[in-house]
Write a protein that binds this ligand. Sequence first.
Ligand code: GDP
Length: 239
Amino acid sequence: MNISSAIFECSAPDLDSCPDESLPEFAFIGRSNVGKSSLLNMLAGKEGLARVSPTPGFTKLINMFIVDKIWRLVDLPGYGFAQVAREHSARFNKSVSNYLRDRKNLTCVFTLIDSGLTPQKIDLEFVEWLARHSIPFVFVFTKIDKASPAEVQANIAAFTACIAPWFETLPPVFTCSSNTREGRTELLGIIGECLAAIKEKAAQEPPDETTAPEETAAGGPKTKAKEARPKRPNPARPW
Ligand code: GDP
């Protein structure tokens, strides 16, 4: 899969301000400085993607981009800001926790972890929170070009050992480098698989005979696709 167009849609301060739920959403989150902006730009192949919003303080907002007119890339604020409220010990803001918990069209969260670091408390807290709320996600260990492969593997092993008690099946683990573009194909591959699964499921749905013709013309297929998606996919294999 590739990305042909990624267009900034909006910066939402909270869940209620997010656009309609007609498109599947793929959200990216991680501690500040984890390499999220670099990764988003690398995936989209468009320099400045993660920084195009003109809104001051946008790093605390939920930034949405429409990709290829069929899905949304959601750039979530980095966690770890001192000023954000603690919610059940997860140090990220309320609008993000509401978004992650209640956004029906959220298909998969890409949780970014710096592969050069030993397990960090803040990341572990966040992952525990995701597990507790059964939010579908995959791990993306970033900056793998920075440390040696042995160090990267050791850090990933240490991290997964810490979180193992919270999961029946560990979420999938991916690695990437925005410098070398490693991991790009795999990460876009997950998104492609999710989109294909959603499309297939929507195609299997029986036609809704109760839908009025006007409604169908005004966006029926989108609504149907949305309803066809489970509210929460399997966290171990979101697609
Ligand atoms: P963000 O705060 O999570 O959006 O992180 P940025 O994308 O702004 O990156 C933070 C720092 O890490 C910057 O100095 C980047 O140049 C660096 N960085 C990001 N990705 C990589 C990577 O894949 N490899 C290396 N070596 N450095 C990276």
